[in-house]
Design a protein around this ligand. Structure first.
Ligand code: 0A1
Ligand code: ZN
Length: 889
C-alpha cells in the first residue's frame, strides 16, 4: 500500500483512525493534517507515589480553550496502555470514555481543572518508554510519545506547560529524587519514605519531562555563565562509577562556554543534572535541566574507554546541552519538524567537536558516518526527506537522514552565508521563536531574514529525498577552465520526479605543475550549469566539494594520476583524503564488478599502494590525519557505489565480491609496505599514554596492525598479542583484540578470556567483548555470534547488550551477507524475538535487511524472504510493521 495516500489521522479524523487501527495496519499520520490543539494546558501538577513494581500518578491539568483552534466539545488526552483510576473535572466525577487508548473528556466551559489518577508498573516496562526501572532505579524516557505511558495528556510537542512535580518514595530505595527545573521543597515523612517537590519555570512540551529516583552519587562542579550566574552541574551515577565521570563533567563545562562564545546562548536554570542509566534505547535525552544518558555516553577513563569513546562522550554531552536552546527554548510544532531541533543540534555538536579536536579529522569522520549510514538510507526503501511527509511510528524517524543529513542541509546554508551572517540568522531565529513550538519553515525564514539570503529554491532540500549526483566535466578555454556540472536527484519512494536544488561546492583548480589554485564557492542551482574558473598553471586538476560543502555524490572520471596528485598535494586536508577514497572506490568497485583488465588491476593497486606509501612517509602529517589517509572506504559505502544510482540501476552490489577485493587490497598494501607498517607500529608503540601525540599514535598503531594482519596473519597475531600485553589503555587493548579476533592465532582465545576476566563486572566493557567477536573477520563469525547469544551475560532486555552483539553482527558484511543466508536469518530471528520486548530497538534492525533491492539476486531473494517471514508472523509492533512493510513495497 502507498503509505502517503492512506487517509487516516487520529487527531484530524478519529473515525477513520479507529477503522484502521488493527494490529496489522497502524494508521498513517500526515504532515499536512496538522491542526493546532483545541486546548492550552498552561499548568501541570504531577504527584508520584513511587514504587518499582507499582507507581501511582495523580495529574492536575489546568486547561483553557485555545482561541487559535477550532471549537472542541471534548478534550482528547493521549494514553498508551493506561487505565484511569479516577477522572474529575472541576471537582466532580467526569463522564469520560476511552478511544484507542486515549481518554476523551467532555468539557463545556472555556477553562477547567482536570484531575486524573493512574497506576503504572515500571518494572514491567520493557519498552523503556515512559517510567521504567533500570538497575534498581526509576527513570523516564518521554520523547517522542512516552509521556502518554505515564499519564493521560495531550502528548504533542506544541502543548507547552509549566510543571510542578511532587514525588514520594522509600528513602532506602530512592535516596535521590530528581526532576526538571529546581527543587523547591523536600521532607521526610518519618515512616521510611521521603518526598521532594520540583518546579520548572520554563514552559515545555511533555516529551521534555523527566523524573529520576534512585541510589545515586554526583560528581559536581559549578559553572559560571557569561552574565555571572553560578550553575550547579552534576553528573549522577552509581557509586562504583563515580571515578569515571570527570570527562563528562569537563565536556559539559566546555559545551556551556562554547555555546556562549559561538552562538551567544547562555544557560537558563541554576541547576544542570545529568543521570547515567544502563538501560536506554538511544544515546541520551535532553529533558529540561535533567538529561538522562545511556551510561555509554557518560562513563570514561583510559582503562575502560577508547579514545573514540572519549570523543563520543564529549559529543553527546554537547549535543544534549545544545538542545537547551535548539530544542527546548525553541521546540518543534509537530514531529515532522524533528530535524528543526535535531539537524541544527547535530550541526552545533559537530562544529563544537571540530573546535575541540581539529576541524579536518572531525569533518572526515562525520562524512564517513554520513556515507555509511545516511547514503544507504537515502538510496533504499526507507528514504525520506529531512522533513518527512508521513509516518506510522515516529520512533522510526530518528534517522541518519533527519539527524545527519539535516545537519548537512543547515551547514550548506552556513557555507553560503558565511559564518557571521549565519550567526545573525540564528540569533534572529532564537529571538523570534523563543518559547515557541516552531517549524523548519520558521528556521529557514529566520536565516533568510537574519543573514540576508534568498532560500526560496533551497527549501527543496527539506522536501526532496535522495542523494543528488553531480557529474563533473572540464575543458580548458584560454586562461580559464570551464567547469560543467550536471545534477540529478534520484527518484525515491513516493517521489518519482525531482527538481534541481542549489548545491554549494567549494572548488579550486590546481595545476599538475604543483601550483595550487585559490578556493571559491560555486552554487549549482540548475540542472546543468557551467562556471569559468582561473587556471593556476598547466594541466589543471579540479578539487571539488572541498570540506564536503554539499551532501552529494560527485561523479567524474579523473585520471588515476590526478587523484594521486590530489591525495599527496591538495591544500585542503579533507580533499586529500577524498582523493584517496575516490581512487580506492573506483578501483575496488571495478575489481568487484570484474570489469578491470589485468593491467588496470595492477596499475590501480600500484597507485593506491603509492598513495599509502606517501602518507606513511609524509612527515608534515600528524598521526591523527595520517590515520584517516590509511583507511579504505567501508564495505557499506562500496555497496552504494557498486549499486549505482537510485536502486533501480542495472548493476547490483555483490557483498561477497566487495569483501574479497577489499581484503585483497589490504593484503597487497600490507605486503608491499610491510617494513613501513612495522616501523610505524614500532614508532607508535613507543609513544606514552599522556603524550600529546599519544592519541594519533594509538590510532595509527592499530590501523598498521590491521594491514599487517591482511598480509601476514601469523606476524600480526604475535604483534597484536604483544600490543595487548603492553597496553596501559583501552584503545590499544581493544585494537589488539580486534585484530586477533579475526585471526586463527593461538593468542586469540587467551586474550579474549583475559579481557573478559578482567572486565566481567563492567557492563560497557563486556559490551565491547561481545562486539569484538560479532564484528570480527574470522571465518566462523556466525557460529561465534550464535554461541554468544547463549552466554550467561547475554540478555534481550538490555539494548546496549543487544546492540553489542547483533547490531555489530548486522554491520559485519562478512557474517551478515554470508551467501547461505544464515546471517539474514539470524537478524530476522532477533527482530521477531525482540519485537514484543522492545519494538523500538527491534525495528532498528530492519534497514539492514531492507537493502535487498540493491544486492545481487541470490542474496536479495534470501533477504526479501526473511522480511516476508517477519511480516507473516503477524501481530507486529507499529515500529516493526512500518519498517518491514516499507522495505517490501
Ligand atoms: N532527542 C534525543 C534522542 C532521543 C530520541 C528518542 C528517545 O527515545 C527512546 C531517546 C532519545 C537526542 O537527539 O539526543
Ligand atoms: Zn538530539
Amino acid at each position: 500500500m502507498d503509505i502517503a495516500t492512506t487517509p487516516t489521522n487520529p487527531e484530524g479524523n478519529p473515525e477513520l483512525a479507529d477503522a484502521a487501527r488493527t494490529p496489522h495496519e497502524p494508521p498513517v499520520i500526515l504532515r499536512e493534517d496538522y491542526r493546532p490543539f483545541g486546548w492550552l494546558v498552561p499548568e501541570v501538577k504531577l504527584d508520584f507515589d513511587l514504587g518499582l513494581t507499582q507507581t501511582r500518578v495523580r495529574t492536575e491539568l489546568t486547561v483553557q480553550r485555545n482561541a487559535r483552534a477550532d471549537h472542541a466539545e471534548t478534550i482528547r488526552l493521549n494514553g498508551d496502555g493506561l487505565k484511569p483510576v479516577s477522572v474529575s473535572v472541576d471537582g466532580a466525577p467526569a463522564d469520560w470514555r476511552m478511544d484507542a487508548g486515549d481518554l476523551i473528556v467532555p468539557l463545556r466551559e472555556d477553562a477547567h481543572l482536570i484531575v486524573i489518577e493512574t497506576e503504572i508498573a515500571p518494572s514491567a516496562n520493557t519498552q523503556l518508554m515512559g517510567l521504567y526501572a533500570s538497575g534498581g532505579m526509576l527513570c523516564t524516557q518521554c520523547e517522542a510519545e512516552g509521556f502518554r505511558r505515564i499519564t493521560f495528556f495531550p502528548d504533542r510537542p506544541d502543548v507547552l506547560s509549566v510543571y510542578t512535580v511532587r514525588m514520594a518514595g522509600p528513602k532506602a530505595v530512592f535516596p535521590v529524587l530528581l526532576c526538571n527545573g529546581n527543587k523547591v521543597a523536600e521532607g521526610d515523612k518519618g515512616d521510611g519514605t521521603h518526598w521532594a517537590e520540583w518546579h520548572d519555570p520554563w514552559p515545555k512540551p511533555s516529551y521534555l519531562f523527566a523524573l529520576v529516583a534512585g541510589d545515586l552519587v554526583a560528581n559536581s562542579k559549578p559553572f559560571t555563565t557569561c552574565s555571572g550566574r553560578e550553575v550547579e552541574c552534576n553528573i549522577w551515577v552509581r557509586k562504583e562509577d563515580l571515578a569515571r565521570t570527570d570527562h563528562a563533567l569537563a565536556s559539559l563545562h566546555c559545551s556551556m562556554k562554547w555555546d556562549e562564545d559561538v552562538f551567544g546562548r547562555e544557560y537558563d536554570l541554576d541547576l544542570y543534572n545529568i543521570v547515567a542509566v544502563s538501560d536506554f534505547n538511544m544515546g541520551a535525552m535532553e529533558n529540561k535541566g535533567l538529561n538522562v544518558f545511556n551510561t555509554k555516553y557518560v562513563l570514561a577513563d583510559a582503562d575502560t574507554a577508547t579514545d573514540a569513546d572519549f570523543d563520543a562522550v564529549e559529543g553527546v554531552i554537547a549535543h544534549e546541552y545544545f538542545h537547551n536552546w535548539s530544542g527546548n527554548r525553541v521546540t518543534c510544532r509537530d514531529w515532522f519538524q524533528l530535524s528543526l531541533k535535531e539537524g541544527f543540534t547535530v550541526l552545533r555538536d559537530q562544529l563544537f567537536s571540530q573546535d575541540m579536536r581539529g576541524e579536518a579529522v572531525k569533518r572526515i569522520e562525520d562524512v564517513r558516518i554520513l556515507r555509511a549510514a545516511q547514503f544507504p538510507e537515502d538510496a533504499g526503501p526507507l528514504a525520506h526527506p529531512i522533513r518527512p511527509d508521513s509516518y506510522r511510528e515516529i520512533s522510526n524517524f530518528y534517522t541518519a537522514t533527519v539527524y545527519n543529513k539535516g545537519a548537512e542541509v543547515i551547514r550548506m546554508m552556513r557555507s553560503m552565508t558565511g559564518v557571521e551572517r549565519f550567526r545573525q540568522g540564528t540569533d534572529l531565529y532564537f529571538e523570534r521563536h523563543d518559547g515557541e513550538a516552531a517549524t523548519c519553515e520558521d528556521f529557514v525564514k529566520a536565516i533568510e531574514d537574519g543573514a540576508g539570503i534568498d532560500l526560496a529554491q533551497f527549501r527543496l532540500w527539506y522536501r526532496q529525498a535522495g542523494t543528488p549526483r553531480v557529474a563533473v566535466a572540464q575543458a580548458v578555454e584560454g586562461e580559464t577552465l570551464r567547469l560543467t556540472l550536471r545534477q540529478t536527484v534520484p527518484p525515491t519512494a513516493g517521489q518519482p520526479d525531482k527538481q534541481p536544488m542549489p548545491i554549494p561546492l567549494r572548488v579550486a583548480v590546481h595545476s599538475r605543475s604543483g601550483a595550487l589554485g585559490a578556493e571559491q564557492l560555486v552554487v549549482l542551482d540548475e540542472e546543468r550549469q557551467s562556471f569559468s574558473l582561473p587556471l593556476a598553471g598547466p594541466d589543471p586538476v579540479v578539487s571539488i566539494n572541498r570540506g564536503f560543502t554539499a551532501p552529494v555524490l560527485i561523479e567524474r572520471d579523473l585520471a588515476r594520476d590526478d587523484l594521486v596528485f590530489l591525495a599527496a598535494h591538495d591544500d585542503d586536508p579533507f580533499a586529500r583524503s577524498e582523493a584517496l577514497q575516490e581512487l580506492a572506490v573506483g578501483h575496488l568497485v571495478g575489481a568487484a564488478s570484474g570489469t578491470l583488465s589485468d593491467e588496470e588491476q595492477a596499475a590501480g593497486e600500484t597507485a593506491i599502494i603509492g598513495a599509502f606509501a606517501s602518507s606513511l612517509a609524509d612527515n608534515a602529517l600528524d598521526d591523527a590525519m595520517r590515520g584517516e589517509l590509511l583507511v579504505l572506504p567501508s564495505e557499506t559505502y562500496l555497496f552504494e557505489a557498486m549499486a549505482g544510482s537510485g536502486g533501480t540501476g542495472e548493476r547490483k552490489a555483490d557483498p561477497g565480491a566487495i569483501h574479497t577485493v577489499r581484503e585483497g587490497l589490504k593484503a597487497a598494501i600490507g605486503t608491499a609496505l610491510a617494513a613501513e607498517l612495522a616501523a610505524l607500529h614500532a614508532r607508535a608503540s613507543a609513544v606514552a599514554l599522556d603524550d600529546p601525540a599519544g592519541r594519533g599514535a594509538r590510532k595509527v598503531k592499530t590501523i598498521a596492525l590491521g594491514l599487517i594482519a591482511a598480509a601476514d596473519p601469523a606476524r600480526a597475531g604475535d604483534l597484536a598479542a604483544q600490543q595487548y600485553d603492553a597496553a596501559d589503555n583501552m584503545t590499544d587493548r581493544q585494537g589488539a583484540l580486534m585484530v586477533l579476533c579475526g585471526l586463527d592465532h593461538p593468542a586469540r582465545a587467551d586474550k579474549l578470556a583475559a579481557f573478559y576476566d578482567r572486565y566481567k563486572d563492567n557492563a560497557l566493557v563486556v559490551d565491547k567483548w561481545f562486539t569484538l567477536q560479532a564484528l570480527s573477520l574470522h571465518p566462523d563469525v556466525i557460529e561465534h555470534t550464535r554461541a554468544l547469544a547463549d552466554h550467561p551475560d547475554f540478555t534481550m532486555k538490555n539494548p546496549n547488550r543487544v546492540r553489542s552483539l547483533y547490531m555489530a553482527f548486522a554491520g559485519n558484511p562478512k557474517g551478515f551477507h554470508s551467501a547461505d543466508g544464515e546471517g539474514y536469518r539470524m537478524i530476522a530471528d532477533v527482530i521477531l524475538a525482540l519485537d514484543p520486548i522492545n519494538p523500538q530497538t527491534a525495528a532498528r534492525f530492519v534497514p539492514s535487511l531492507g537493502r535487498w533491492r540493491r544486492i545481487e539476486p541470490e542474496r536479495a531473494a534470501l533477504m526479501k524472504g526473511e522480511l516476508e517471514r517477519i511480516m507473516a508472523a503477524g501481530k507486529l509492533s507499529r515500529d516493526t510493521f512500518e519498517q518491514v512493510s516499507r522495505s517490501l513495497e
